[in-house]
Structures are given as structure tokens and as C-alpha cells.
Design a protein around this ligand. Structure first.
Ligand SMILES: Nc1nc2c(ncn2[C@@H]2O[C@H](COP(=O)(O)OP(=O)(O)OP(=O)(O)O)[C@@H](O)[C@H]2O)c(=O)[nH]1
Ligand SMILES: [Mg+2]
Ligand SMILES: [Zn+2]
Length: 342
């Protein structure tokens, strides 16, 4: 039996994972059932220990996940250094509320992020200037790019060197097109924006991490159109530069910066209405969670080999049922089919 090795998960699909290792190159792995049974899900970006390695068939099994530095929920990925939030100036049309919500979502990760606005080639100079001015007032400095003409791509690339970056943004904005420009061998599938709806077609279906020639890695992800906001309502103020740059002008620790008398936060800025709207949304969510908490799934107790009692979440049975052989083969085919397009 070969010893276990450390690797990094670069792609995941259903129950199969691609893991990059220095000793054996890329291995196609399953994950050991005990990980799932203890509620541990392997994510792209995870550092893992691979066991049961068969170098001939390049197969292995993930036996352990090394504790993560960080973890994002949307897109689900671990151990990243920064985000590249990418939206398009046109096709799909850039909308204020949509852009604002993506920015709040990016801020909520507490990770550094770059904002890139793509498809500059489809836009008048004046429109671009107006967006830049607006974003500047919000507290951001976007990089205006075009993956078609190559505009500002070298500037953007300089920000990505030696870092693990995840690209996020809505469908059809050009995330995969950008990676194809940065990594000529990537050959990622791209899809046109639907004429009728003006939206992307969700061409990218799963997350994958690719190496950059400058050092560092970049993750392509499926676009999504509605970022989930999940935080305590009191944390929302930390997601708006318009508030956090006021240098704690408000004296009250638990202030919502809405109608409280004596609140010193200046409320005369464009996105204040977004702040109020999403604060209410988060407040409703918090109440709902509290109600759900009262009738939550319980814990079950197990005796381990050493006679110690361990607690585990009581899990719905069907989630952990092992897959049929046929289903496993179908999933494997999907993951290896993508290999051919790389
Ligand atoms: N005019 C123009 N079109 C672009 C540019 N960048 C990408 N596109 C086009 O936009 C469409 C969508 O590009 P993709 O790279 O597939 O977008 P994506 O963000 O990866 O989309 P999903 O995978 O669905 O999330 C394709 O038809 C691209 O050719 C650009 O800078 N200018
Ligand atoms: Mg894509
Ligand atoms: Zn206040």
C-alpha cells in the first residue's frame, strides 16, 4: 500500500474530485464515506490527504481534509486569497441594484476583491465614465476591461500573480472568456448571451482551479444572478464603504443606522436605500432562523472504538446512501469528458 500524499482539489463534480499532487500528478479521487458521515464535504481549493493511490490508473481516495483558511458559500470554494468580481457593462446590461448586491456579497467575505467591468468594447466612452464616477462615489475603483480587445488585461493580470483568485459574477459576463485569454491552453467553454432575455446561458457548470503562468491560480465558477446575503443584520453596515468609511461616526454599538435618534451616520448617499432594504431582509431571515432553531434536527450519539461518546448531526438517510454503480459511472464520464475540453 502506498503512503498517503497531500494534494489540492482542483475540480469537483458530484462524487469525483480532481486532485493535484506533486508525487503522482493529477489523481481522480472519490472521498471516503467517513468524511460525509461526519458532515465534511470536500470543496475545490481544499488541501487533502489522498490514500489508496493506484499510480497506474491515477486513482485515489480522499481520506482527510486539512483545516481550511477560509471558505465561501457562493461559489463554494476553500482557501482563496482574493475575489475577482466580474460584471459586464453591456450584454447582460449592468443594473445598479444587481451590481450593488454583488458588491455587498463580496464585502461580506472579508476577503480583498477586485472589481472588473467587462465588454468595454460594447459601450460608449460616456457610459463608462458615468459608471466609474458612480462606483467611485460608492467607494470602488473598477478596472474596465474587454476580453475581446484585450483592454487593461495586463493590468488585471498583474493583480492575480502569486495569488489564488476566484472569479465570481453573473452568467454571460465573460468569466470563462477572461480565463481563456489569461491561460491560452484552458479552452473553457463559453456561451453567447440569449437574445430574448439578454441573460447568460449558465455555460460553466462547475468550479475549477487553473494555474497561471505568473504563479498563483484562478478559479472559474458558474455565474449566478442573485447573490445570497447571509449575515447578522448588524454586520451589514460593514459591507458598505459609505458607512464604514465614516470612521465609526455612530456612538451606539447596536445601532441600525436607520431611525435611531442621535445616530450620527450620514444617510445622504445613493445606496442608502439598498442598505435599508437588505437590513430588513436580513432581519426577517434572522427571525425565520430563530423559529426554525426551535424545531431543528437533533444530534445522535455514537460510541467510538475507545469507548468515548461522540455526537454527530442526525442526518437525512437518503443523502448518504451510496450511489449505484451506474450512477457513479455517469458522474465519472462527466468529469473526464471535461478533461478533453481542457
Ligand atoms: N463583446 C464582447 N463579448 C464578450 C467579451 N467577453 C466575453 N464576451 C462574450 O460573452 C459571452 C459570454 O461569455 P462567457 O465567457 O461564456 O461568460 P461566463 O461569465 O463564463 O458565463 P457563465 O459560464 O454562464 O457564468 C460569450 O459569447 C463571449 O464571447 C467582451 O469583452 N466583449
Ligand atoms: Mg463560464
Ligand atoms: Zn447609528
Amino acid at each position: 500500500m502506498l503512503r498517503e500524499v497531500l494534494g489540492q482539489v482542483t475540480a469537483a463534480q458530484a462524487n469525483f474530485y480532481r486532485v493535484a499532487t506533486s508525487a503522482y500528478g493529477e489523481l481522480l479521487c472519490t472521498s471516503r464515506a467517513r468524511l460525509k458521515k461526519t458532515g465534511q464535504w470536500v470543496l475545490v481549493g481544499d488541501q487533502v490527504l489522498v490514500e489508496e493511490i493506484d499510480p497506474a490508473s491515477k486513482r485515489g481516495a480522499i481520506g482527510e481534509i486539512i483545516p481550511r483558511r477560509n471558505q465561501l458559500d457562493q461559489p463554494p470554494i476553500a482557501n482563496v486569497d482574493q475575489l475577482l468580481l466580474m460584471l459586464a457593462l453591456a450584454e447582460p446590461a449592468l443594473e445598479i441594484q444587481h451590481l450593488s448586491r454583488f458588491l455587498v456579497k463580496a464585502e461580506s467575505t472579508k476577503l480583498p476583491f477586485i472589481l472588473a467591468l467587462n465588454k468595454a468594447d460594447l459601450c460608449e466612452r460616456q457610459t463608462i465614465d458615468d459608471w466609474q464616477e458612480k462606483l467611485h462615489a460608492w467607494g470602488y475603483q473598477p478596472i474596465i476591461i474587454s476580453t475581446t480587445t484585450g483592454q487593461n488585461l495586463s493590468e488585471l493580470k498583474a493583480h492575480l500573480a502569486h495569488k489564488i483568485t476566484v472569479i465570481t459574477g453573473s452568467s454571460g459576463v465573460g468569466k470563462s472568456s477572461l480565463i481563456n485569454r489569461l491561460i491560452p491552453g484552458a479552452h473553457l467553454a463559453t456561451g453567447s448571451v440569449a437574445q430574448r432575455t439578454g441573460r447568460g446561458r449558465h455555460t460553466t457548470r462547475h468550479i475549477q482551479l487553473l494555474p497561471l503562468d505568473t504563479g498563483g491560480m484562478i478559479a472559474d465558477t458558474p455565474g449566478f444572478n442573485q447573490p445570497n446575503l447571509e449575515m447578522k443584520p448588524t454586520e451589514l453596515a460593514q459591507c458598505f464603504p459609505e458607512i464604514y468609511r465614516q470612521n465609526a461616526a455612530c456612538e451606539f454599538a447596536d445601532c441600525t443606522h436607520q431611525d435611531e435618534p442621535g445616530c450620527n451616520i450620514d444617510k445622504h448617499w445613493e445606496r442608502y436605500e439598498h442598505y435599508v432594504q437588505w437590513w430588513q431582509e436580513l432581519q426577517e431571515l434572522a427571525i425565520l432562523k430563530q423559529m426554525q432553531g426551535r424545531c431543528d434536527v437533533g444530534v445522535k450519539y455514537k460510541q467510538d472504538g475507545m469507548g468515548q461518546r461522540r455526537s454527530e448531526p442526525k442526518l437525512a438517510r437518503h443523502k448518504y446512501r451510496s450511489l449505484s454503480r451506474r450512477r457513479q459511472h455517469q458522474e465519472l464520464d462527466l468529469l473526464t469528458a471535461d478533461d478533453e475540453s481542457i
